[in-house]
Design a protein around this ligand. Structure first.
Ligand code: ZN
Length: 314
């Protein structure tokens, strides 16, 4: 099977066997020029090139693709993928025409949830929530064994639940979505505000010294005891736990998996989210639910895309 994970800057492609093992994987840059017009051609050219060098092509039974945006899994249409410029784009038909293989499409965070549940932290549970804290906040929910897509591909968009109506503007056109607080971008933006308020903090001197700031710097400084950085992390994890706990009250999951670049902060991040979950969530919801870090990291997208092929063709 071929698994493809289309992101705003790179496209990950992998040959994956029936057991979910990656046989070979590579990346190509995402060309977002001309509303992402050349992306499908780029993908297929790269796969053709790779296949010509590979001996074992007989096992390719289909292609799965994860796209960042609102996706109709049935029709294969990407309604909207803001980061790469697609609008009502028929991704499935385009790729099927080039490859002559069955193609299956899903939302990238949904596929990551399927992957974690198949080969990662999820342990094949029936009710799972995956939250990815990256450039944005993504989420995929498996309820009663099925991925939640919703009426028009917008289910599980936890990143766009409003957490602070007086907060920062969001890419979606509204104000104060969880995305603007708990994404890597959101954490840095909060930290920049704090630097203005506390120009003598370790956070401020770090920024002055290096001329830039990343979410991981804020975590590291908080770990080192900087109160200003800690206040950013505490606010972020408090809001995260509040929102995740609210969503968990609807789904009643046995696993909540935290992934994405920000999750590299590891156990200290997890502990703070758990603390907030205990504060805001019904004990019955919380008691049966394990909160874990994702295991598959950047490979989740291509593994989940392969799972889509496997589950549709079996
Ligand atoms: Zn939003």
């Amino acid at each position: 099977m071929i698994g493809i994970d289309i992101g705003g800057t790179t496209i990950k492609i992998g040959f994956i066997n029936h057991d979910g093992k990656i046989l070979y994987k590579w990346e190509i840059p995402t060309n977002i020029g001309n509303q992402g017009d050349s992306i499908v051609d780029d993908i297929w050219a790269s796969i053709t090139d790779r296949l010509s060098k590979q001996k074992n092509e007989s096992e390719i039974i289909g292609i799965g693709v994860g796209a960042p945006g609102f996706v109709n899994q049935q029709t294969g249409i990407v309604y909207e993928a803001v980061n790469i410029g697609w609008k009502n784009f028929n991704l499935r038909d385009e790729l099927q025409r080039l490859s002559n293989l069955p193609v299956f499409i899903g939302n990238d965070a949904n596929l990551a949830a399927l992957a974690e549940n198949w080969k990662g932290s999820g342990n094949q549970s029936k009710d799972v929530m995956l939250i990815t804290l990256g450039t944005g906040v993504g989420s995929g929910i498996i309820a009663n064994g099925d991925i939640l897509n919703g009426t028009n591909g917008t289910a599980a968009e936890i990143g766009h639940i409003i957490a602070d109506p007086n907060g920062y503007p969001c890419n979606c056109g509204r104000v104060g979505c969880l995305d603007t607080i708990a994404s890597a971008t959101g954490i840095v933006r909060q930290a920049m505000d704090k630097i203005a308020e506390h120009p003598n903090s370790a956070l401020a001197s770090h920024y002055q010294k290096h001329g830039k700031l990343e979410a991981k710097d804020v975590f590291n400084l908080a770990q080192d005891g900087d109160i200003t950085s800690e206040s950013v992390i505490n606010r972020t994890t408090d809001i995260l736990g509040f929102m995740i706990g609210s969503a968990a009250t609807i789904i009643n999951p046995s696993q909540i998996i935290i992934g994405g670049g920000v999750s590299k902060a590891g156990e200290p991040l997890l502990e703070k989210i758990k603390k907030s979950l205990r504060k805001y969530t019904l004990p019955r919801i919380n008691d049966c639910c394990e909160v874990k870090l994702s295991q598959l990291g950047n490979d989740a997208g291509i593994i989940g895309a392969a799972y889509l092929v496997k589950s549709n063709l079996n």
